[in-house]
Design a protein around this ligand. Sequence first.
Ligand SMILES: Cc1ncc(COP(=O)(O)O)c(C=O)c1O
Length: 242
Amino acid sequence: MDQIMEIARKYGLFVVEDAAQAIGAGYKDRKAGSIGDLGCFSFFPSKNLGGFGDGGMVITNDQSLYEKIKVLRVHGGSPRYHHKTIGGNFRLDEIQAAILQVKLKHLKEWTQKRRNHAAFYLENIKDFVGSVNPPVTKDENSHIFNQFVIRAKNRDKLRKYLADNGISTEIYYPIPFHLQECFSYLGHKEGDFPEAERAAKETLALPVYPELTIGQKMYIIEKIRNFFSWTDERFRGQNCRD
Ligand SMILES: Cc1ncc(COP(=O)(O)O)c(C=O)c1O
């Protein structure tokens, strides 16, 4: 973020942080979403602070951006029925706000549980490095693990094997931006962004929700270990560490 902010300041740009699922995460001494000019959070039900339907929040310390966003949120009307600008209906439903207020009280505890799950996974997959590459958190960052995303060899086969054993996983995201149909007018083709393409082929999110039990985590690790024991001699007959 430091470099991004530096470039933005140099060229007079605004920075909008997409902190959709990073609420509580940190970069150096700052919280995700509080570094740029605007920070955006998602309250989509699958997020670490999820509502009971769609919702989100924008934060800023800039008074004029705050005024602008407040107007955009209500169809661009200010005062009511007077429109200098075109906005939309971006209000958070009160029922969502009420639910989020209750859930917010538990966020710290849920985050800690996610971190504990991540630590368990990291401890138990560190031997697989080469077949599985775990997420790396730099010392200056604090991760809240809304997702625990590994990069795996034979990712699609691993995913199917886990699914066959009753373990849900997800791929975030299978198609990089430059290969999405909506951006085809930019003229990119496969090979233009090899790192993004490689990530799309290798990444797999393992279950990391707070309620995950120790038994479930051990089962997941056992199954990953089983899978790789077919492709990697090193893991034959090994068990999960408690
Ligand atoms: C990084 C990121 N940004 C934005 C979004 C979109 O959030 P919403 O569905 O609340 O608009 C998501 C949702 O998955 C996301 O993961």
